[in-house]
Design a protein around this ligand. Sequence first.
Ligand SMILES: Cc1cc2nc3c(=O)[nH]c(=O)nc-3n(C[C@H](O)[C@H](O)[C@H](O)COP(=O)(O)OP(=O)(O)OC[C@H]3O[C@@H](n4cnc5c(N)ncnc54)[C@H](O)[C@@H]3O)c2cc1C
Length: 366
Amino acid sequence: MVAGWGERKFWIAGLGWWAWLITLCVVGTGDDYMHITKRFGIVAVSQFPIHYMLSMKSAYSPLSLALNTSHEELNPYHRVLGPLEPIRRWSYRVFFTIHLIFGIIILPMLFFHTSALRIYILEAFGLFIYDIICRKLDTTTGFASITAIPNTNLVKLEIPIPATKQKRFTAAPGQHIYLSIPPESTPPNTSTLSIHNLLFNPFTIASVSATSITLVLRSLSGPTSKALKHLTTLPKAHPPISVEGPLGSTKSFPDLTSYDRILLIAGGIGATYILPLYEHLQDQMETHARSPDRVQLIWSIRSAADASWALKPEGRVPLNDDENVRIFITQHSSASEESVIPGSPTAIEMSDLKKEEVVVNARVTN
Ligand SMILES: Cc1cc2nc3c(=O)[nH]c(=O)nc-3n(C[C@H](O)[C@H](O)[C@H](O)COP(=O)(O)OP(=O)(O)OC[C@H]3O[C@@H](n4cnc5c(N)ncnc54)[C@H](O)[C@@H]3O)c2cc1C
């Protein structure tokens, strides 16, 4: 497809569905103008239930369950039916607010407009409420440890998970959660009606232990990442943080070990997704008595400090000593990067990485 226009399969599905709906709008209407206009309206509103269903985030969405998939695989089809993509690209928060308000007020407006539409409105409303209930039930709140990763704009969160959900969290690597900040943890002077009540941001589960999950996120300019960055400044505090999930389609991935060679490529914080996949594939190679060299990882990052959270995975060979991992550092060295990352158990120096370059065949390249 043309760059920026999305994938061909979504266009084919969208145009095919559009042709089907146009047919329904005109078939049997003859030359009755009023008939055809009403048909257009009814056919448009009849799409509401499927449109709402395709937007559901919950792991218990009927389509996710029926197709053994996850919301991120279904959502592109929701977007084909909706016209808000340009606003979404321009500002996610404006898009989100318009979307939510419009999605809620349009239902009663159409319900009272004409009785022929009510069945579709009730179905869509039922799905909307079902999604909210499922998402609330799948959300847990725990007292998180939140730390800033020195010399970076990265934040590391360790959030407790209930024992009942541990199996779901370990079921597949590379799953994600939706994180929201409860009122108790929002920055001081946040009003009760703050945007945080509406926000839930997706983050990949970088690692899972028996009792907690770890997230690593780049602090950007948005409200969630800013608020989390602020929480790192509170010494010894364990603010409550809510997580919904786990979600994600990696649990339905095919068995990749049947391939001769697997090359994984990560850029920056994208390693929160690729590293768990890499470790999982290495474990599978070991189980199948295959050479670990079949799975290789290339990770491109701005600075050595950006990799510090990942270099010494628990119970594994340090990433720096792993022959199948190549880390590329893209930013020019500066005085600050040369310094040791203070007090960190995963402390690394730029010079350490350079040393590796010589010793192990340019595995780390600046
Ligand atoms: C599946 C997934 C996994 C991710 N994993 C990580 C990670 O491990 N580490 C990391 O640093 N970043 C990750 N991101 C990106 C991260 O979600 C955004 O950087 C973060 O939400 C920005 O929050 P903000 O408060 O700075 O800005 P906001 O203004 O709240 O959001 C900025 C951008 O984040 C994205 N975003 C926010 N909320 C949602 C939502 N509900 N659904 C979809 N997209 C949304 C949109 O692209 C939006 O334009 C992931 C994104 C996705 C979709």
